[in-house]
Ligand binder design. Structure first.
Ligand code: F0G
Length: 433
């Protein structure tokens, strides 16, 4: 099918063969060729400056506007919906500057967009509010996903809010305690699979139709629409003056696809006049996309993934084609970093009082590497996206694999013991009364 005349405001199109469908179709893949479906919007009625002004009137600090940093942009996310969004709310995450981290990375003009400040502690909430709203629009009787942990926590929280039963499949022994505890706490059914994330995703994709459940992994095109708002909100915070680079971790590559789509639309609709370059960072043990980038994307790579950054422990990323498109459109780069570099970056981020989970630190580690190689100029303006909260992965701190470990000392409850411990720390500066 193709909407040749009277195009609706929003529709779905297959990113491989172009086949078009109604926006309320519950499928995530094309029935004909199996390609992933993408949400397409007609150009908004307003020009760029008017659209920017509209988003400005909905700034989060005003009491009379939607509190969500996702639904503030609804004209370019899900304009046609009449249902009340399933919103906690989410978004409105800070853009942080810390001199110590900028110095560590080698870029003085480095800001961090901290998506760990979302309600369940990761960027997934931005996609989930839109995906769960779509689940309600299509009358889903339940929802399902495969996850390395953050998607499951987010799905569980939003499904509870929407009063829908939720099922999550997670790889055995490879999900951090913080994420599992959240998912169970929010009331989802957790199924631990004897296999890795790639096996979990293949299983939910194959079964979701026969089970009659709505699939909410980032292969779902509405997840991508929500995650676009990380970029839109960042651009708004920067007065619509884009940075030179945006660095982000890459796993299943849904976020890479979302960032590329956000930038392509923002440019086409006059919200920005220049397109920033995307820097996607993978862990060396889970870097099929970085390997393919190194050979000009001539072939698709798959690997058996392993890394300390369990969130991005993915060997066969689902959003491959749209991520390749995002890198090409933004003249971007893809790089991999070792677990050691990830943990060093995390230490720098944690010690600055910002904190993040290991996968998030990959963005700063990758940036440092490209600065060292001269591929990112030291005077570049860069935003690194921190995708998850420090409390997501307490084991990595406790295990000591975080350079330095927990560094906690046990003392007797006496003033002498306390004084000795403070003396031992030896870091006290004189505080003037
Ligand atoms: N950072 C964090 C903290 C994540 O949880 C993920 C993905 C990524 C980065 C990578 O994003 O997949 O869009 O390239 N986590 C998924 C999950 C896979 O199940 O929670 P991506």
């Amino acid at each position: 099918m193709s909407f040749s005349t009277d195009r609706p405001e929003t529709w779905l199109a297959c990113s491989s063969c172009g086949e078009e469908r109604l926006e309320t179709d519950a499928a995530v893949r094309c029935a004909g060729c199996g390609g992933l479906l993408t949400v397409c919007h007609r150009s908004p009625d307003m020009e760029g400056p008017m659209l920017r002004a509209l988003f400005e009137t909905r700034c989060c600090t005003r009491p009379d506007t939607p509190a969500s940093g996702v639904w503030r942009f609804r004209e370019v996310v899900m304009p046609g919906s009449r249902v009340t969004p399933v919103s906690h709310p989410e978004g409105n995450t800070p853009l942080l500057f810390r001199e110590a981290i900028a110095k560590w990375a080698g870029v003085p003009d480095l800001l961090m967009k901290h998506e760990g400040h979302n309600p369940t502690g990761s960027f997934k909430d931005r996609g989930m509010t839109v995906g769960m709203t779509q689940a309600c629009r299509v009358g889903a009787r339940g929802v399902i996903c495969a996850s390395t942990g953050n998607t499951s926590a987010s799905l569980a929280a939003y499904a509870a809010h929407a009063r829908l039963p939720a099922f999550v499949l997670v790889p055995e022994g490879k999900v951090s305690l913080g994420k599992l505890a959240q998912t169970v706490g929010y009331g989802a059914h957790v199924l631990t699979v004897r296999g890795d994330f790639d096996a979990c995703l293949a299983l939910v994709e194959a079964s979701r139709e026969s089970l009659g459940l709505y699939l909410l992994n980032s292969v779902n095109p509405w997840r991508i629409e929500g995650q676009k708002t990380i970029v839109l909100e960042m651009l708004q915070q920067l007065g619509w003056d884009p940075p030179d680079w945006i660095a982000l971790p890459g796993g299943n590559l849904g976020n890479t696809a979302a960032f590329g789509k956000a930038l392509e639309e923002a440019y086409a609709w006059g919200l920005i006049r220049r397109v920033p370059r995307l820097l996607v960072v993978q862990a060396e043990g889970a870097a099929p996309f970085a390997r393919a980038f190194a050979i000009g994307f001539r072939e698709r790579k798959r690997v058996q993934a392993d890394t300390v950054a369990t969130a991005i422990r993915i060997g066969d990323p689902a959003s491959w084609d749209r991520a390749v498109h995002a890198i090409r459109f933004t003249d971007g780069a893809v790089v991999s970093v070792t677990d050691r570099e990830i943990l060093e970056a995390k230490r720098s981020i944690d010690r600055a009082g910002v904190g993040c989970e290991p996968a998030s630190a990959a963005s700063v580690a990758g940036l440092r590497r490209l600065v060292a190689f001269g591929q990112v100029a030291p005077n570049a303006r860069v935003v690194a996206v921190l995708t998850g909260h420090i409390l997501k992965d307490p084991e990595v701190l406790a295990s000591g694999s975080h350079a330095g470990g927990m560094e906690s000392s046990v003392i007797e409850p006496t003033m002498e013991a306390l004084a000795a411990a403070v003396e031992l720390a030896g870091e006290l500066r004189i505080i003037e009364a």
